[in-house]
Ligand binder design. Sequence first.
Ligand SMILES: Cc1cc2nc3c(=O)[nH]c(=O)nc-3n(C[C@H](O)[C@H](O)[C@H](O)COP(=O)(O)OP(=O)(O)OC[C@H]3O[C@@H](n4cnc5c(N)ncnc54)[C@H](O)[C@@H]3O)c2cc1C
Length: 401
Amino acid sequence: MDLEYGERYEAFRRQIVAFLWQYRSKRPPGHIYDMPRAELSGWLELLIEHGYWARTIPKEYGGFGAAPDLLETVIMDEEFNRAGVARGMMAQGPSMLVPTLLEHGSEEQKRTWIKPTMRAEFLWCQGYSEPGAGSDLASLQTRATEDGDDFLINGQKIWTSSADKAEMMFILVRTEPDAPKHGGISYVLLPMDTPGIDVQPLRTMSGDLGENSFNQVFFTDVRVPRTNVVGQRGNGWAIANATLVHERNSLNANAESTLLRLIRLMKNETVNGVPAIASPVFRDRLMRLQGRVLAMKAHSMRVLTNNLKGEPPGLTGFVVKLQNCQLNFDVASLAIDVMGELGVLYDHSKYEREHAFWQTHSFLSLGFIIGGGTAQIQKNIIAERGLGLPREPKPAKTAGA
Ligand SMILES: Cc1cc2nc3c(=O)[nH]c(=O)nc-3n(C[C@H](O)[C@H](O)[C@H](O)COP(=O)(O)OP(=O)(O)OC[C@H]3O[C@@H](n4cnc5c(N)ncnc54)[C@H](O)[C@@H]3O)c2cc1C
């Protein structure tokens, strides 16, 4: 394993540092989603022009058109993270739908949707989960019946992040109700302003109905052209799984920079007048977390080396998703414990630390242990497919069921 990047890549790094300095006045202030939409689109456009966003997306679909190069990606992430600037937008459209369309979309779908999605002209939400279909997603019941050149959609989705803000949804519907469970599902692109769509917000444990909003969405005779199906009709399960691979990859936020932030906090916060970092109990927890962060970093380098050699990723995506989501939550938990009674403050109190970063990070990372496939499901897959352990016993069927 070679841990040096080499001169060509170091020159690329210098170019990024110079870009970030030159455009410092245009950088997003604080959180990228706090920017007005037009400004956000302008920032993304600037990034695309310089090749720091949509870098490998072909020019004809509105990208920069560079050849894939994982080391360049790593260096871009390192430098943007170091500068505390968002390199693009980790939303469902760019991180999940666009790569799926590149693999499975029709030429027309690619030309219509990729360019505006990468510029935040369209925000997307993911219509997968239903009240009876979460981990067992293939049980979904939302139906689409044919009506001339259209489908009519009826049913309900739940836990739909950002459905209240999105202009578009990629949705899984059952087009062939008599087909076997994993067959007869279609993957459809649906404008959210179509009549018959009712979005109802759900309050989360953070009391939040805003930025990280959850919703349930009801569909009554929602008309969508049949040409909005991605891939073959009835073959949506394979396409849904392609999106899930990209979703897992987007949930791999490295905990290293958060750990460094935690160390800063532990130097500043005191317990009985002594910095928290000097407390043997907190220090012990910090050391354990640091060990896990370093292990994940080494694992990422191994995954990167495999990728560069063109070796198949196997189950690494499941391992990264499982470990990183839990690790991010555990780092936030230590920060909250270190703050003592201030750690439980949430609602914009003047005693809050770092604008409630740690509380928000804790709730979000706890959610990500569930979203995109729960930890238990990741463990089942790693155990069964990776380690070859016996399959989980299915509950016995009762007579007549
Ligand atoms: C932050 C967040 C964002 C989300 N965003 C979206 C979104 O935008 N769009 C969308 O469609 N969905 C979204 N979801 C929903 C998410 O995909 C589901 O919550 C998840 O798939 C689990 O489904 P469920 O909630 O129905 O739980 P269930 O499937 O009912 O599971 C309940 C519990 O049982 C366990 N369990 C279930 N089956 C097994 C098994 N076979 N073996 C062992 N344990 C099992 C689960 O691990 C879990 O602990 C989001 C969820 C979260 C938390």
